[in-house]
Design a protein around this ligand. Sequence first.
Ligand SMILES: Nc1ncnc2c1ncn2[C@@H]1O[C@H](COP(=O)(O)OP(=O)(O)OP(=O)(O)O)[C@@H](O)[C@H]1O
Ligand SMILES: [Mg+2]
Length: 311
Amino acid sequence: MESLLVARNLRKSFGPLTAVQDISLEVKPGECLALLGPNGAGKTTTVEMLEGLQSPDSGTITVFGKDLKNQRSSIMHEVGVMLQDTQLYKRMSVRETLQLFASFFKESMPVDEAIALVELQDKADTHLLKLSGGQKQRAYLACALINNPRLLFLDEPTTGLDPQARRMIWDLLLKHKTKDRSILLTTHYMDEAEKLADRIAVIDHGKIIAEGTPQNLIETVCGKQILCFRFAGEQSHEHIMSRFADELPWVRDAALVGETYELTAGDQVNRITELCRVSDRLGLTLDQIELRRSTLEDVFIKLTGRSMRDD
Ligand SMILES: Nc1ncnc2c1ncn2[C@@H]1O[C@H](COP(=O)(O)OP(=O)(O)OP(=O)(O)O)[C@@H](O)[C@H]1O
Ligand SMILES: [Mg+2]
């Protein structure tokens, strides 16, 4: 299947700072690709180059088989864009704003249909100024959807929203995505990437450091589950870590987070009894024990040694 979007070796610097080092990516029809990364990773710079709003220093971008640099105006008729920081004229109503957006495109859906899509019928005649954060995001999303785009770019579509507003936007996007309509979104929310994306590109310091389906990334980088536990009383963590290496050969990775040990392996459900046996043998008393599912946050920590949120 031919990709709707192909970007090769994108690079962009701002003075001495290289925001995007070397990014290549593709989006296929019907696919949602999430660029997941911490603040300053280069997500907005990347997506704005793909939208034609910033020019790369080097690299190529093809959208619908056409070169973005030379054919941007014809490409944009079938593209929707929701920026990270949208500044629209705040004294226009939702309906007026959508009428303006609809006028930019050769083909667009009726304005009332777009308003209904984001469930803003009650606020159709309200100025953007008077909308709540979640309502504003929905209005901006309606603007991005007005031309029924084949390719939709969303830069942090739900940042700052409450869980209910986020879920509403997620539902809408899942409905929008069909076999020939694709989405490229950026986010630093793991749950958003897991919920919406068919494929995730983890981005850090302007580079893609891992790519795959959410499940595939978790399984290959971390293992499906993490076994977390503590021991009662004082002990030498160093000694315990070295004994784990000797006694539990199935452990792929052992980390100490505060006082809690975190062991990763492929499948650990059956390993708890082994851990209990080894603890007994070492004269240690298990204090708390929990088997939890690995997350994309674990993937990020494993790949970078840092937490996505604290960066
Ligand atoms: N116009 C600019 N001039 C100078 N530096 C910039 C400019 N735009 C971005 N940068 C820098 O480039 C880097 C990447 O920024 P970018 O906005 O792409 O990150 P991001 O991943 O979108 O972050 P966030 O999650 O905070 O939105 C940052 O260090 C930022 O300060
Ligand atoms: Mg950004």
